[in-house]
Ligand binder design. Sequence first.
Ligand SMILES: *Cc1c(COP(=O)(O)O)cnc(C)c1O
Length: 380
Amino acid sequence: MNTIEIGFDLEHRDKLITVTSPLLPDLGELVKFLEQIWKYRWLTNNGPFHQKLEAELCKYLKVGYLSLFTNGTLPLITALQALRVTGEVITTPYSFVATTHAIWWNGLKPVFVDIDPVTCNINPDKIEEAITPRTTAIMPVHVYGTPCDTERIQAIADKHGLKVIYDAAHAFGVEVNGKSILEAGDMSTLSFHATKVYNTVEGGALITHDKETKQYIDYLRNFGFSGETEIVAPGINSKMDEIRAAYGLINLKQADAAIESRKQVAMWFRDALKNVKGISYLEDMPDVKHNYAYFPIFVDADVYGMTRDELYAKMKMRNVLGRRYFYPLISNLSVYRSLETADPSHLPVANKIADSVICLPMYAGLTKEETDRVVAQIIK
Ligand SMILES: *Cc1c(COP(=O)(O)O)cnc(C)c1O
């Protein structure tokens, strides 16, 4: 058996424009690295490829200390553990479910705060009124890779003695004034899932600011082992293996080109959509190096003459797959709806944006013809 039955026909698939398509490393280079792994038989537990990828990512991302993880959710869970967060954690409902799940998995209470209508990030003006004597941390998200107002969030955190953990799953390579956004707060996390700007198939990382903290995180991701028989804390297993680290090393070489290609796609979309009444999109921010992780559009149904869901369905019918990302809002999911802060009247901006957003197809290598086909569904 040399191949397996995939279950969908590639020919039909070619006519589809999918919302994303993974960045794949050169297969020949990967095979060479695999041969080395087979030869040395070192598959996981901080092997040479793992060490090399941590070093290369630190350099590429301009950060001091980074620990690789097996996905982007476990670093969120581990950061809350490492910082001994208790009680309540202030967060945003406008994110991927993993952000709130990580809080829940630590036995903590998520407290939702509304978002800013321009950036889609947690609104700093609303954070202080959500603080109670039980609040110990803030977990904001750099949504779509747009930087949060990290200075204001830090000032609030300092005033009230709170920890700040950024879910930076979307913010690979994002810089403000030449400095990595990942250096903000106490810790930041990344996801290297197949759908992200840079991927290791599944994978993730936790960014810390000193050697001792990184060491502690490295213990926690390996059951808490600090030596052959020593356990420093009840850790978990969230290590990345050598095969994915090797894949990640090769893929990192294309990261700059991939972001450049995404930027071109964003420019084509912005140019084509700038005069479409009732459709808006995000603009670049001054002094920010963006990564163009997503291209969300926001549908104002009254002006556009069609609801978001109608446009979404119409695109789908024509084989252009958008994604309502993020919809439904985390606070509206049945598992979180009973929280006091989940009430839609408390989160008007987040609800409005979740009901109007469609992320257009966006990935490195998307062609002008394909973006034209996407735009044609929106303009007609
Ligand atoms: C992708 C993502 C995660 C989770 O990452 P995984 O690698 O899929 O576990 C967490 N938060 C946000 C905002 C994400 O987009």
